[in-house]
Design a binder for this molecule. Structure first.
Ligand code: PEP
Ligand code: MN
Length: 279
């Protein structure tokens, strides 16, 4: 008989406003790239909640390549995220770019996101380590797994153990998609740390046709969750429309991801009671 090697031991799960992430719990963190308007955010938040998402994502402060591109609604965006959270009950994940904004961000965020471009911003990492909230840390777009783990240490050493690592695609010579999604990073990170590991298929893909297949693969390879961009009208999105799933397609997406997560022994931790979802 051929012996199958043991799977890496499961990490501990984190609890975020009553929702579990990690261990045997799979999280879907969904929402727009950027908070654009009250209508856009509330429409998205309601749709992702009803489809069974675990947390709501949405950027109020956007790290843009061009300083002339939309930079996010800032404090107005945070206010809208608070309204979406009050309306749906979904905990909120949002990015912080500048430690000076942390105080305001923490008034609404249940999880603060440190984006790819800031993975090496050690002052911001240390502040996040002292902020008392869970931190979603994205892999730098040209960073090694070692560098990601070292960046996470800047948060952990301040006493904050609630860190979620996120693989979001890295730069390679390939140009057929936006970034190369490094799915091998998932089991490798799980060998090296007990921290939950999630995957962002949206920024890696750059186009929505690839988001579902990459999400299914990420769930099957043992990721603890997905960070995925969703918009009610992706063609009108201010940023990252081409890679955003439409809210109308989101319930079908969640169903397929749930089945793939089950292959890896994980159950979707939904903001909606399971009984309600079955109905
Ligand atoms: C995002 O998730 O909104 C984002 C900007 O992603 P990244 O930092 O991975 O580019
Ligand atoms: Mn985006």
């Amino acid at each position: 008989m051929i012996e199958t090697p043991p799977m890496a031991t499961e990490g501990e799960s984190l609890e975020i406003a009553g929702r579990k992430l990690g261990g045997s719990s799979f999280a879907i963190i969904a929402g727009p790239c950027a908070v654009e308007s009250r209508e856009q955010l509330l429409e998205t938040a309601t749709a992702v909640h009803d489809a069974g998402a675990t947390l709501l994502r949405g950027g109020a402060y956007k790290p843009r390549t061009s300083p002339y591109a939309f930079q996010g609604l800032g404090q107005e965006g945070l206010r809208l995220l608070a309204e979406a959270k009050a309306q749906t009950g979904l905990p909120v994940v949002t990015e912080v770019l500048d430690p000076r904004d942390l105080e305001h961000v923490l008034e609404v965020a249940d999880v603060i996101q440190i984006g790819s471009r800031n993975m090496h911003n050690y002052a911001l990492l240390a502040e996040a380590g002292r902020c008392g909230a869970p931190v979603l840390l994205k892999r730098g777009l040209s960073s090694t797994i070692d560098e990601l783990l070292m960046a996470s240490e800047y948060i952990l050493r301040e006493g904050n153990e609630a860190v979620i690592l996120c693989e979001r695609g890295i730069r390679t010579f390939e140009t057929a998609y936006r970034f190369t999604l490094d799915l091998a990073a998932v089991p490798v990170l799980k060998e090296r740390t007990q921290l939950p590991v999630i995957v962002d298929p949206s920024h890696a893909a750059g186009r929505r046709e690839l988001v579902t297949p990459l999400s299914l693969a990420a769930a099957a390879v043992g990721a603890d969750g997905l960070l995925v961009e969703v918009h009610p009208r992706p063609d009108d999105a201010v940023c990252d429309g081409p890679q955003s799933l439409a809210t109308a397609d989101f319930a079908g997406y969640v169903e397929r991801v749930q089945a793939a997560a089950a292959v890896a022994g994980k159950t979707l931790s939904s903001a909606r009671p399971l009984a309600e979802m079955a109905g």
